[in-house]
Write a protein that binds this ligand. Structure first.
Ligand code: HAM
Length: 416
């Protein structure tokens, strides 16, 4: 027998009706952020591998998890692991008017160890605001993410906030931390014992007990900010307070990509297991434009995992599939064969009535089952001696329909 194929590990198919939630989530996100001036950016799935190397040399995402290959033209290509670097690349390439406010939705690829809520192809909705260093846009970005979760009905969400400083205060802080970690090197977990010099900040984010214990008294960037970074952070927290957005200070939050400066944040879904409870995160990346060969270009944004958001919705019992899945208005049941059901279904669709039907001349009982499964409100039964209307969502007697006025009659019944 020929081999039966399966989706690759860490990838999955999303079928209806579950896929309706994907569509509905992206639709809601689009309305939410377009109302705040963000326009859709559609980016390629492939980029030069160096684009990502440039922004994440010391991160797992870039070092260990990238899907990369040589194309037929000999170029070294990567499937994108995230969206920010390429939106910045697009900004530097096309020079749109700043602030360039762009949103996106789509797949990202990371060769991770597969587990609940962690996939090799995951999907994000996200946005970037490029070209302004104004702390009020930090507040705008965080508020949009916060309000989006709220709009979906999520309640058990915690915003964690930190500042990672900038080119003025980060180098001195980095050295301070490195000195502290070198002193405590023997107490760290095996991985970090060997790699502290690559990226000492990452040790603060390590979830292993030895690192947590060894860094109990470590210096944190937020206590070593320069005056400008401190002022920036104060303006952001004032804005969040004014908007009634609660946050927790998270001095250990360093995020998994290297480009962050100043404001960094993550939203945790408290209803999920803590290893995969980050439903979205982001921050400022004022050095990214220069790292990509452009002029100094401030920017801030966030990305949020669609699968993680939906897991959080399941855990809280909100934004359920049956709230958003599309059902037909009418299901056409054919008991006579021939072309009557085919033509009637087409006529209903052209009149704007959502209609579905059965095929293959199945029994009345089987078609009725299919109609019920479709969640249609009404069934139209084509019989030898006429057409009958049945209500599927509540009890009621069948009603004879006149073929000539069927569209008007159904419209009235459906309140269209
Ligand atoms: P990130 O934190 O790497 O940030 O990913 C954003 C979100 O994508 C995470 O919070 C999580 O919900 C989801 N996610 C990431 N990896 C996986 C995975 N393997 N499986 C399932 N979900 C995942 C970024 O990607 C940045 N580009 C965000 C950003 C935008 N920063 C500034 N602007």
């Amino acid at each position: 027998m020929a081999k039966q194929f399966q989706a690759l590990p860490g990838t999955f198919d999303v079928l209806a009706p579950e896929s309706a939630r994907y569509g509905a989530l992206v639709g809601r996100f689009a309305r939410h952020v377009e109302a705040a001036g963000y326009g859709l950016v559609v980016s390629p799935l492939i980029e030069e591998v160096d684009l990502f190397r440039r922004v994440g040399e010391s991160t797992d995402v870039v070092r260990k998890e990238m899907y990369d290959f040589e194309d037929k033209g000999g170029r070294h290509i990567a499937l994108r692991p995230e969206g920010t670097a390429q939106v910045m690349r697009a900004y530097l390439q096309h020079h749109p008017q700043p602030p360039f406010k762009a949103w996106y939705a789509g797949p990202n690829f990371r060769y991770e160890r597969q587990q609940a809520g962690r996939f090799r192809q995951h999907h994000q909705v996200g946005l970037e605001a490029i070209g302004t260093a104004d702390p009020d846009i930090d507040v705008e970005v965080i508020a949009l993410q916060h309000d989006f979760y709220k709009e979906l009905g999520l309640i058990q969400v915690t915003l964690k906030l930190n500042s990672l400083g900038d080119a003025t205060c980060r180098p001195a802080y980095r050295q301070l931390l490195l000195d502290y970690l070198t002193e405590h090197q023997d107490e760290l977990c095996d991985e970090h014992k060997a790699t502290i010099a690559d990226n000492p900040l990452r040790v603060l984010d390590c979830k292993r007990e030895p690192c947590i214990k060894a860094t109990e008294h470590a210096p944190f960037q937020v206590d070593h900010l320069c005056a400008e970074c401190k002022q920036h952070l104060d303006r952001v927290t004032q804005g969040l307070d004014a908007l009634g957005i609660a946050y927790e200070r998270a001095p250990r939050l360093v995020r998994g990509l290297d480009y962050y400066t100043r404001t960094t944040f993550e939203f945790a879904a408290d209803a999920l297991e803590s290893a995969q409870n980050a439903i979205g995160g982001g921050g400022r990346y004022d050095g990214l434009g220069e790292a990509l060969g452009g002029a100094p270009t401030p920017g801030i944004g966030f990305g949020s995992g669609i699968e993680r958001i939906l897991l959080a919705c399941d855990a809280e019992g909100v934004f359920a599939t049956d709230e958003v899945a599309n059902a037909p208005d009418v299901f056409v049941i054919d008991t006579v064969g021939g072309s009557a059901a085919r033509d009637l279904t087409a006529e209903l669709r052209r009149a704007g009535i959502a209609a579905d039907r059965a095929f293959d001349g199945r029994s009345f009982k089987a078609q009725m089952k299919q109609a019920l499964r479709s969640n249609a409100r009404l069934a139209v039964v084509v019989e030898d001696n006429g057409i009958e209307l049945r209500t599927l969502t509540e009890k009621g007697e069948p009603e004879a329909l006149d073929r000539a006025t069927i569209v008007d009659h159904l419209r009235k019944r459906l309140d269209q």
